[in-house]
Design a protein around this ligand. Structure first.
Ligand code: HPA
Length: 273
């Protein structure tokens, strides 16, 4: 039987001491952010009905209610990717569960390759828009009208007001924050030089293997969304050698502190009493 995210939300409601308004998906390089917070409740994905298991490296697989700078926030520590072999419905199941729980705001993080020379590895970028080149859409199939409309507009998938807040925060914190267009591919192989050249021609600045299905599902369900990439590597446009996972992990670790500061600041503003 297909698991129902509403049932899962009820299951979680029985176990979580509170449901905050903000959730953060912690992608590659950022899973540790939750460890530096006061953890109020931690539930492994393996125990949550309808959640599959995280098989991606460094994706720890926990739902965590924590205090970040004194404010409650729900962390999804690790995500599910299409390349892991899961149907896209499983990839977005956690987001739909958050919507059913009553979460209103979603912060999405990922690791991405750079399609621009000035988006240097180790830097961070906020998404202004995306191109879905994954070959799937999580809304295919019968529409759940109680969640959202059949043909949701993706006019502004990344909330303009929240982006403005983040740009202001970055300035105040003296953090360089790029803004760019993210193209999502299925993966898991990285992109060829020819593919990268095509993506750059289309206007993409960053390439990665996640985020877009989650953002589509979140916007469908009416969540306000903002997303950040840690630039972990140059794409093959500017990269002479084969990529290594060490290089990607190293650059992710370098940038994660800056993104933590930014997310803390944003959560503080979004949860202002
Ligand atoms: N391509 C796709 N996904 C990625 C990359 C990349 O270069 N780096 C980190 N995630």
């Amino acid at each position: 039987m297909t698991p129902d995210y509403r049932q899962t939300a009820l299951w979680l409601q029985d176990r979580l001491p509170a449901v905050p308004h903000v959730a953060v998906i912690l992608g590659t390089g950022l899973n540790d952010l939750a460890d530096s917070c006061e953890v109020l409740c931690q539930i492994p994905y393996s125990e949550i009905p309808g959640f599959v298991s995280s098989t991606a490296p460094s994706h720890r697989g926990n739902l965590i209610l924590a205090k970040l700078e004194g404010r409650q926030v729900l962390f999804l520590q690790g995500r599910f990717h299409y390349y892991e072999g899961y149907p896209v419905s499983a990839v977005v199941f956690p987001v739909r569960t958050l919507a059913a729980l009553g979460v209103k705001n979603l912060v999405v993080t990922n690791a991405a390759g750079s399609l621009r020379e000035d988006f240097v590895p180790g830097s961070i970028a906020m998404l202004s828009d995306h191109i879905n080149f994954m070959g799937v859409n999580p809304l295919i199939g019968p529409n759940d009208d109680s969640l959202g409309e059949r043909f949701p507009s993706l006019n502004e998938p990344y909330d303009p007001e929240y982006r403005k807040i983040c740009a202001g925060l970055a300035k105040a914190l003296n953090i360089q924050l790029h803004e760019g267009i993210y193209i999502a591919v299925a993966g898991p192989s990285l992109e060829t030089r020819a593919e990268c050249a095509a993506f750059a021609d289309w206007g993409a600045d960053l390439v990665g293997m996640s985020t877009v299905p989650e953002v589509i599902a979140a916007r469908h369900a009416g969540l306000r969304t903002v997303a950040f990439s840690i630039v972990t590597n140059y794409s093959n446009l500017f990269h002479a050698q084969a990529h290594s996972q060490e290089e990607i992990r190293h650059n992710a670790a370098q940038a994660s502190g800056k993104l933590r500061c930014l997310i803390s600041g944003l959560v503080k503003i979004l949860t202002e009493p």
